[in-house]
Design a binder for this molecule. Structure first.
Ligand code: PLP
Length: 394
């Protein structure tokens, strides 16, 4: 006998991975430049030069300590550097003893859920959401409750009010958002925090708010990305360098428990326990040292802005209805027919690989990942035109 729930996660088909596999097959058949693969959120700009410089410098250190185990929560010097960065660059309530260095944001979320959730308790996520939230929640016996969005894809806070129950233990927000690119406004976040705090008082227990922010630096029109740590005490920031430093395969990020959390030390201890239960041991040692040297650097984000503008303007001109993406590197486009999967299938006829929105918890959209070359976007426009013509949009 195997645990059915976990087996189910292994067997269930991820639309994104299936599409990526299909894309690889088509590229082998007809040539890579004939396929317009917009399926994956893999950064397309190189890591900044400081990463390579740091690695070269670090390789001259003693190998046994460089590649050895680190403390489970991370190197003390890195935790200190991260806390200082959060305080100085973002004015956030952070402290080194409440920083836990992770193997990326996915690990941070899995750890939080192991640390905080009891079987039968509920986690609220706002649609559209990163599909792994369901796996992480259900994997520890919790229930994922989803709140549908407003028309502009900001969270529906009236719907949030009716979704909170006595069993609500944790709420996840993701800004800038995968898959929509929407950045939550300060007004929305403040209201959301007010609703949660009122519920905490009503039910007499904490409701933890986890802010999943791997795209924090990826915004294109100079607007701020307000952090929930400013507005809510029982908050945990889940960050990753996968996108900002283009290091997704290196698995490095952190959790920051707010210094304002009443039981912060206990929650931090539970997070350390969550990390052990998940078997992470420690985040990659070499990368911890790299991050220490590149703490406030990013890849050349301007390339994504060029792509965002090319794609958004191009699709609008063809008559498609798109959500304006302020950040991340995804564009969410309404499908001209209600069945997003059927639309994505039709798009394949033109070698356009677009992810239907159903796995993100909303019907009727496709996600277009524009972390590709600007050239791919330009060359894909005739294919998008043919698709638009099929639906009489142009
Ligand atoms: N959260 C969101 C919203 C994401 O889009 C991703 C990755 O695409 C993750 C978490 C996981 O990121 P990481 O590579 O840091 O584990």
């Amino acid at each position: 006998m195997l645990p059915e729930k976990i087996l189910g996660f292994g067997i269930s088909k991820s639309c994104i991975r299936e599409l990526a596999a299909y894309g690889a097959k088509r590229k082998a058949e007809i040539g890579a430049d004939q396929v317009f693969d917009f399926s994956l959120g893999n950064p397309s700009v190189p890591a900044p030069p400081c990463v390579e410089e740091a690695i070269r410098e670090l390789l001259s250190l003693d190998s046994t300590s460089l590649h050895g185990y680190t403390a489970a929560a991370g190197l003390p010097s890195l935790r200190k550097t991260i806390a200082k960065d959060l305080q100085e660059r973002f004015s956030l309530p952070a402290r080194e003893d409440l920083i836990y260095v992770t193997c990326g944001a996915a690990a941070g979320l899995a750890i939080c859920l192991h640390a905080l959730l009891l079987p039968g308790e509920e986690v609220i996520a706002f649609a559209p959401f990163f599909p792994e939230y369901r796996m992480f929640t259900e994997g520890v016996g919790g229930k994922l409750v989803t709140v549908p969005p407003l028309a502009d894809l900001q969270p529906d806070l009236e719907a949030l009010k009716t979704s909170i129950t006595e069993k609500t233990k944790l709420v996840i927000v993701n800004t800038p958002n995968n898959p929509s690119g929407v950045v939550l406004s300060e007004e929305s976040l403040k209201k959301l925090c007010g609703i949660l705090h009122a519920a905490e008082l009503r039910f007499g227990h904490p409701i933890y708010l986890v802010s999943d922010e791997p795209y924090r630096e990826l915004v294109y029109d100079g607007q701020p990305v307000p952090s929930i740590l400013r507005f809510y005490d029982n908050a945990i920031l889940d960050y990753s360098y996968s996108k900002s430093l283009s290091l997704p395969g290196e698995r490095i990020g952190y959790l920051a428990v707010s210094t304002r959390m009443e039981d912060a030390a206990t929650v931090f201890a539970a997070i350390c326990g969550g990390g052990r239960v998940c078997g992470f041991v420690n985040a990659p040692s070499l990368m911890q040292r790299v991050i220490e040297k590149c703490i406030d650097k990013t890849s050349d984000i301007s390339m994504y802005k060029v792509n965002r503008d090319l794609l958004y303007n191009g699709l609008k001109e063809l008559g498609f209805d798109c959500v304006y993406p302020d950040g991340a590197f995804y564009l969410f486009m309404k499908t001209p027919e209600p069945d997003a999967k059927a639309f994505a299938e039709r798009a394949k006829k033109y070698e356009l690989l677009l992810v239907p929105s159903d796995d993100f918890g909303v019907p009727g959209y496709v996600r277009i990942a524009y972390c590709v070359s600007a050239d791919q976007i330009r060359r894909s426009m005739p294919a998008f035109r043919k698709l638009a013509e099929e639906y009489g949009l142009c």
